[in-house]
Design a protein around this ligand. Sequence first.
Ligand code: G6P
Length: 608
Amino acid sequence: MCGIVGYIGEQQAAPILLDGLSKLEYRGYDSAGMAVYNGKEIDMVKSMGKLKVLEEMTHGGSTLPGFSGIGHTRWATHGSPTDVNAHPHYNKDSSIVVVHNGIIENYMKLRRKLEGKGYQFVSETDTEVLAHLLDYYYKGDPLDAISKVMYWVEGSYALGILFQDFPGEIYAVRKDSPLIAGQGKDGNFIASDVPAILKYTRDVYFIENQEIVKVTKDSLNFYNIDKEEVQKESSRIEWDISAAEKEGYEYFMLKEIYEQPKAVMDTLHPRLKDQDIVIEELGMTDEEILAVSKIYIVACGSAYHTGVTAKYVFEGLARIPVEVDLASEFRYRRPIFQPGTLVIIVSQSGETADSLAALREAKSCGVRTLGIVNVVGSSIAREADNVLYTWAGPEIAVATTKAYSTQLIAQYLLALKFAKVRNEIDDSQFQSMLYDLEKLPDQIEFLLGNKEKIQHFANRYLATEHVFFIGRGIDYAISLEGSLKLKEISYIHSEAYAAGELKHGTISLIEQDTLVVALVTQKELYKKTLSNMQEVRTRGAFVMAVTNAGNKEVEKSADYVIYLPETNPYFTNSLAVIPLQLFSYYVSLGKGLDVDKPRNLAKSVTVE
Ligand code: G6P
């Protein structure tokens, strides 16, 4: 994810900015930049690529002299990773400079409005809108301009801002993106994350939503959106740098599990407009959506599992036949494409060799392709006819969690959009599903609140050798992911089985105390799965069930039950996967394994 550092004080700013940004490198980025006030005006250097490039371009910061500045590492969301799209961004006469983390959801509307007033844009970013909007409202009072911009802007942001007219000040503001201010000995700081400034200070202020901070070399003042000063207490950071990188979480995986409400919100929100789903980047007219006769969803690993869920959602809602394929199989099986086929490639990295090959295979047959990708500008994103980005931010743990959750959201949005355009659902059903989608981030947050209970349960299974996950329909798709999560990070053998298939094989493996995790979220299949649970229980299995709140019936067939908040049956995967991720995490942690880097696995598999 993007990183922000700002410094104002008695030292040269640029070397401190470079050092601070280097502490954020672990988060992933594709370009970097800095702006420093040189005593007369604001100088800026930015470039795509690693921080090393910026260091070389500025000779370690020495070609950007000055005592105040802001720096940024960018993880591309709007616009590919290029020099021009890198931050900072200027207003028209370079007197206001902005760095930004987050996503401005209404940037297209604001951009059109500003273009109508004669503003010229040079980048494809949402951030540039902020530089021009600040320019538009700036009449000599930075605080006033910032608060006016806050009223107009929708979405999430943490901003660092320099005004040439106020060389002794740095401004920063946030909404739904983290931001801190730090009090140093001979200067003060802003940063998106603690590690960036930990070397210089441990006394930080956590900026609240819609708070503005004005930083000078010897003061920090805080304001609300109405420009009223607010008093804040500083906190003393006691973590070391490696804990700080993980924001106090023991492993990146847990941090990323906890980032899911935000990742889901970021992927969902910008596409919900005026009680409708608007996916501009889809590039398909209603006629083209109506003409879709078949969908292939092609992916690897967990991304493939999201496709298995999406098959049920597309077929159930939009009534379009879907085939889900493992990319490694699809690329060699010479699928028979009919007119109106759409191939959707799902990939976090956008670089998985088999998924990329599958995309090329489909393209070579003249089939329309759509990428659902997390990394902007990656190979799949570049080569697919259209790309729908998931905005999960960079994932560091090898076992995916937040990217998986956002891939589900992207596919729900598509399926719902297709269903509406094709008249397969009426408006009240559509609206009620939008309502359920919007509730998901809070419901995920709620489930995360149960972590102690799941940890306690997981600790009982550290020595177990086999675990079986069972479910029907979408519950089978969830089982696939639950099982993969467990085996990849805990090294416990686990299998996902369609519950109805149990008696054709797996049931012979059930022994006294074998753990069976039963997914029971699909109302019309409750009874069927309950009888499968009974079957394994009578053979000695210990059954843990994951089901919807209120389904007390399940308690007769399970030994341990986790209840999920109520949502539409098509969306239950987004909730059910949370306790399963936590379960795997705590088993791995309890066994003392390296949760983030399981043996033999890679985050991005770029070989066949
Ligand atoms: C690897 C990762 C998985 C991921 C799969 C597909 O196996 O460990 O977490 O699901 O690759 O990766 P992609 O980047 O294409 O989603």
